[in-house]
Design a protein around this ligand. Structure first.
Ligand SMILES: *Cc1c(COP(=O)(O)O)cnc(C)c1O
Length: 357
């Protein structure tokens, strides 16, 4: 007998925290003696901020990268006490709340130092000075860097900030680009030291350089996508790197039509984050085999299940670890001409996250 509780009618993302801990432990071992800062931005790449943060810390990450201060405040409210780094600030950013919650701040521009000074928090802001080494997304340009360093030193003298780190972010476009950016980073650090700055730590690498460029690891690596079991490289899979995909996206069968071939309808669609660009090539895994996708609508996906027996309430796997024959998020990224990051982060909030492991 099927009841609503044992045959779900909605899609679910099963988050395997044992897989996450496995990946983080592997990255901790790889990066040592550099420490691991786990990137949990964008709701932990769609996996859920708090459960991922806790599991990552259990597995050996020693700090968390949160992107913006409000996400850091959520972690603090949940009792997480490790160092947190937030670096995306805007005109509405509440620096005072961030500083008083001991959230460390990535600083790219003079206006951010001015805002920290005006925030008049009851303790010095711990700051990581960010230089742009070619990504041109965030970070002081090499021309603006000396003035940023001088202003930070003046505020440190006044007890408003404590300079903890110098850092940058790599474009990961090619090894040659990353090597050029590494050399620029080292020059910028030398410039700052000549002006009197001292850094407790330096950090540069995310997943890609953290895995393939040991000289870019410095004191810590900010690992994101690799921790979720997805490769940062086009030519190497997560499995080849010893990583296990953490998210498994499932959808129940809601309708079966027998008319020569079996058209089966699944309760998931682009409104849940399944990319329509994948429709021509994509398949899902259902009852022991891959089934080609025929159509993706806002809340349903039609698949062709051939002449096989399929019943309402059976569960299709859209993507998962790939161990039983289901596609991976990396495979979907190929089909939909995107990256694995977008596949998992794009799973909408309406899809229930279920934690296992
Ligand atoms: C997202 C992000 C990371 C993690 O990047 P991955 O490539 O996912 O490992 C690290 N540092 C910064 C500044 C980021 O924005």
């Amino acid at each position: 007998m099927t009841t609503p509780s044992d045959s779900p009618s909605l899609p679910r993302a099963i988050i395997d925290l044992a897989a996450l801990r496995h990946n983080v432990a592997r990255l901790v071992q790889l990066a040592a003696p550099a420490e691991v800062m786990l990137a949990v931005k964008a709701n932990a790449y769609g996996h859920g901020l708090l459960p991922v943060a806790r599991a990552g810390l259990e597995a050996g990450a020693t700090s968390l990268a949160v992107l913006e201060i409000p996400a850091g405040l959520l972690l603090r409210d949940a009792g997480i006490t490790v160092p947190l780094l937030a670096w995306l600030h805007g005109p509405q950013t509440d620096f005072q709340a961030g500083i008083e919650a001991d959230i460390e701040l990535g600083i790219s521009a003079l206006w951010q130092l001015d805002a920290i000074e005006s925030a008049a928090a009851n303790r010095p802001a711990v700051i990581h000075l960010k230089v742009d080494t070619g990504l041109s997304r965030n970070g002081a340009s090499l021309e603006d860097w000396p003035a940023l360093v001088d202003a930070a030193l003046a505020l440190q003298e006044a007890g408003v900030v404590r300079i903890r780190a110098a850092w940058s972010h790599l474009a990961d476009a090619s090894i040659a680009d990353d090597e050029a950016a590494l050399a620029e980073f080292e020059r910028a650090v030398a410039v700052a030291r000549e002006r009197g700055a001292e850094f407790e730590i330096l950090h540069l690498a995310a997943s890609s350089a953290g895995i393939r460029m040991p000289e870019a690891r410095f004191d810590l690596v900010r690992f994101g996508i690799a921790a979720y079991g997805i490769s940062p490289f086009d030519d190497t899979s997560g499995a080849e790197l010893g990583l296990v995909p953490v998210m498994r996206l499932e959808a129940p069968v809601t309708e079966v039509h027998l008319d020569g071939t079996t058209r089966t309808r699944l309760a998931i669609g682009f409104g849940d984050g399944v990319p329509t660009l994948g429709v021509a090539k994509a398949s899902v895994f259902l009852n022991g085999a891959r089934r080609p996708i025929v159509d993706i609508g806002v809340d349903t996906t039609v698949i062709d299940s051939g002449n096989d027996r399929v019943r309402v309430g059976d569960t299709a796997v859209v993507f998962g670890p790939g161990l039983d024959g289901e596609p991976t998020a990396e495979k979907w990224a190929d089909w939909a001409e995107t990256i694995g990051d977008e596949m998992v982060t794009g799973v909408m909030p309406r899809v229930q996250r279920v934690y296992v492991g």
